[in-house]
Design a protein around this ligand. Structure first.
Ligand SMILES: Cc1cc2nc3c(=O)[nH]c(=O)nc-3n(C[C@H](O)[C@H](O)[C@H](O)COP(=O)(O)O)c2cc1C
Length: 203
């Protein structure tokens, strides 16, 4: 029994190290997935350090990408002024819902990398593969955030032109989601999911 417990703890520690973690987690992957929700109510009294954000991005870097192109980039607003400026660019509803979040992050991908072979689109998806890779990185990011006790909200409603100016984002990067990062102030609901048999066909 003791031996099994030791092996479980060692495995969890090894997985965390691969994601840049430095402390073993006692949460199972399923627990993290279950407790991760889109949070729209943040505790404004709590802060997050640059080092903590770096750990999440380190984990996001472990996500797979087309030919290991790693096209995703992150622009992290930490100062109160920059955080407020980003919140002004996500629409009134999102601004209200992220009011207490201490960190706002813009994710982008470099165009013409994922999905391309010798500068030509490898198939009909083209630059869509950059968006795909960005989503994978962000999935790692939000799950690692939850594992560390943080909460997130992915926002597709955002003013990309103004965000580009705010962070001087180069034209060869496509601006995708804004992600708020903070601590939940109240427990979020779990929106229903379709039954698994509605989304899968086995052959
Ligand atoms: C690409 C994308 C864009 C989204 N944009 C917004 C948004 O602008 N505002 C918002 O409140 N939620 C947004 N969401 C969150 C979804 O509404 C949420 O993930 C969904 O309702 C499922 O809830 P859950 O994340 O709590 O499981 C977005 C999610 C994704 C993946």
């Amino acid at each position: 029994m003791k031996k099994v417990l030791f092996i479980q703890i060692a495995c969890a520690a090894m997985m965390l190290c691969a994601c840049g973690g430095n402390q073993p987690s006692v949460q199972s992957f399923d627990d993290i997935v279950a407790s991760r929700r889109s949070v729209r109510d943040y505790d404004a009294s709590k802060t997050i350090s640059q080092e903590q954000v770096m750990e999440l991005i380190q984990c996001a870097q472990e996500a797979p990408s087309w030919a290991n192109q790693q096209p995703t980039k992150y622009y992290v607003a930490m100062s109160p002024e920059k955080v407020a400026a980003v919140k002004d660019l996500v629409g009134d509803g999102n601004k209200r819902n992220t009011a207490g979040a201490p960190v706002m992050i813009v994710s982008t991908y470099v165009k013409g990398k994922s999905g391309f072979f010798r500068s030509n689109p490898a198939n009909e998806i083209g630059d869509g593969w950059g968006a795909y890779d960005n989503g994978l990185s962000n999935a790692y990011f939000i799950l690692k955030a939850r594992e560390r006790g943080f909460d997130t909200l992915i926002m597709g409603m955002r003013n990309s032109d103004e965000l580009r100016k705010l962070f001087a984002i180069p034209d060869d990067e496509c601006i995708m989601a804004v992600i708020s990062l903070g601590y939940r102030a109240s427990d979020p609901n779990r929106p229903d999911r379709k039954a698994v048999n509605e989304v899968v066909k086995f052959f």
